[in-house]
Ligand binder design. Structure first.
Ligand code: BGC
Length: 261
């Protein structure tokens, strides 16, 4: 099956007909694929749908499972995606916890062709931060999941693709190898907590954020007292933040004009 093959019946939306623009928010993770629909003001309109990330996590396999995941969510007018790697103008550059076939894969175009809706794709930590930042001064997000996500904002404006995950931390390990999912599974929660505390202590005096937000599926395992400007945020921000991708006037990958086959 080609990577862009859509689910059989993506409903044709009468755009903003009754309730205003509906944004399908998708979060592609190393462990799970998640999606829900947001209203024009960012309110959550549907349940959160989730499936395990297929392995191998190739573009074809993930797109196949995404079409099935989103089909029951009903109508939508546009799509926002958080992706766990470097994303430039909708094209994937890296996907360290998925599969090498993602390199240079035009995810925005594949989704736009399959859904006939405009699409915007951003790094997953970038989307997560958009769901929580206040828009004042420097704010930073670290997501503790399969990988280590990192995003920085100045007065609410995101600085894309800061890949702290793969920077050396110490002891011959990168930040992600130090506190990512594999480390947590290997060393257990107690030692992992100690490591996360070290990472926070390292990061704060370098970026000097007004606020540091911790997200991702493993943030719930944090047991130590956090500094005053550090808070744990709900993981759903990784989807809710998708509404912010449409705030600026940058062109999205347009919905193709030709009808889908
Ligand atoms: C990737 C980041 C991503 C993070 C969390 C890292 O391995 O390099 O781009 O944000 O994982 O998914």
């Amino acid at each position: 099956m080609p990577a862009t093959t859509p689910a059989r019946a993506i409903p044709v939306s009468p755009a903003t007909a009754a309730g205003g623009t509906r944004t399908l928010a998708i979060d592609i993770g190393g462990t799970g694929l998640k999606a829900l629909v947001l209203g024009p003001d960012g309110a959550v309109l549907t349940d959160r749908a989730r499936v395990e990330t297929p392995r191998p996590a190739t573009p074809a396999n993930i797109l196949r499972d995404l079409w099935a995941l989103i089909e029951p969510l009903g109508e939508f007018d546009r799509i926002s995606v958080g992706f766990p790697g470097v994303v430039i103008e909708g094209v994937i550059k890296t996907a360290p916890n998925l599969h090498e076939d993602w390199e240079d894969f035009d995810l925005a175009r594949a989704l736009a062709e399959g859904s006939r809706r405009p699409v915007r794709v951003l790094n997953d930590a970038g989307v997560q931060g958009y769901g929580v930042v206040e828009g004042r001064g420097v704010e930073m997000v670290l997501t503790l999941g399969t990988g280590l996500g990192c995003a920085v904002y100045n007065d609410g404006k995101y600085v894309p693709n800061l890949e702290l995950a793969h920077h050396p931390f110490g002891n011959g390990k990168t930040y992600e190898q130090y506190v990512g999912k594999k480390a947590l599974e290997k060393i257990g929660k107690k030692k992992w907590n100690k490591r996360v505390r070290e990472v926070i202590a390292q990061v704060l005096p370098i970026w000097n954020p007004r606020k540091l937000y911790l997200g991702g599926g493993n943030a719930k395992h944090i047991k130590f007292a956090l500094p005053d400007n550090v808070t744990i945020t709900p993981n759903i921000a990784g989807l809710v933040g998708g509404i912010a991708l449409w705030r600026d006037a940058k062109p999205a990958v347009p919905a193709p004009v030709a009808p889908a086959p």
